[in-house]
Design a protein around this ligand. Structure first.
Ligand SMILES: Cc1cc2nc3c(=O)[nH]c(=O)nc-3n(C[C@H](O)[C@H](O)[C@H](O)COP(=O)(O)O)c2cc1C
Length: 173
């Protein structure tokens, strides 16, 4: 039996926000039979899951306008953003813009299956949606990773802490 929580969702969000995270930009494209629609959203619920085979996950709100494209996606790319890509993170987190509108404000190139790729990103993983697990008002999207890309950079990763894009930590030598 579930007991009623003694906190509200704002308190829950505030407590979870004390966990500092990196910031990713997720892009996705549907197959041609679904009209090749694109999605773009900022995500900090990313984590690696399995090394062999390579699997990662992220969570997406079922209220997100990106939800349908992600559920019908042929390919998904996860860009681990650097500190000089905060503008991308802010744009991809803007409600009321379509995926195509979010992408029209940034530089991108089409990758395999047409998935939008953001050049200049230090680390990129791409692959296909494997499993989707519904949990509360979000779904957990598990991705089978078949492509990874690293771009050497001295710019620290973008991070998010207590509701703000956080001060950088230096890149280790
Ligand atoms: C730092 C940061 C992290 C976010 N992480 C997630 C996330 O993990 N899952 C999610 O569904 N939304 C997340 N969001 C919110 C979405 O990026 C944002 O609500 C969405 O893209 C706005 O457009 P939409 O609601 O039309 O999809 C995050 C926003 C920010 C600023």
């Amino acid at each position: 039996m579930m007991t009623e929580p003694l906190f509200d969702s704002a308190q829950f969000r505030q407590v979870c926000g004390h966990f500092p995270t990196g910031v990713t930009a997720v892009t996705a494209v549907t197959g041609p039979s679904s009209g090749s629609a694109v999605a773009a959203l900022t995500v900090n619920s990313f984590t690696s899951v399995s090394l062999e085979p390579a699997k990662v996950l992220f969570c997406v709100a079922n209220s997100s306008s990106s939800f349908r494209v992600l559920m019908e996606s042929a390919r998904i790319a996860i860009h681990i953003l650097s500190q000089d890509q905060e503008d991308v993170a802010r744009r991809f987190a803007t409600s009321g813009l379509t995926g195509a509108e979010k992408l029209s404000g940034v530089s991108w190139v089409p990758g395999p299956d047409g998935v939008p790729l953001l050049p200049g990103t230090p680390a990129v993983l791409a692959g296909r949606r494997n499993e989707v697990i519904t949990s509360g008002d979000h779904v957990i999207v598990l991705l089978d990773v078949d492509h990874v890309h690293l771009k050497p950079t001295k710019v620290p990763a973008l991070s998010f802490y207590r509701g703000r894009f956080a001060a950088p930590t230096p890149v280790p030598e």
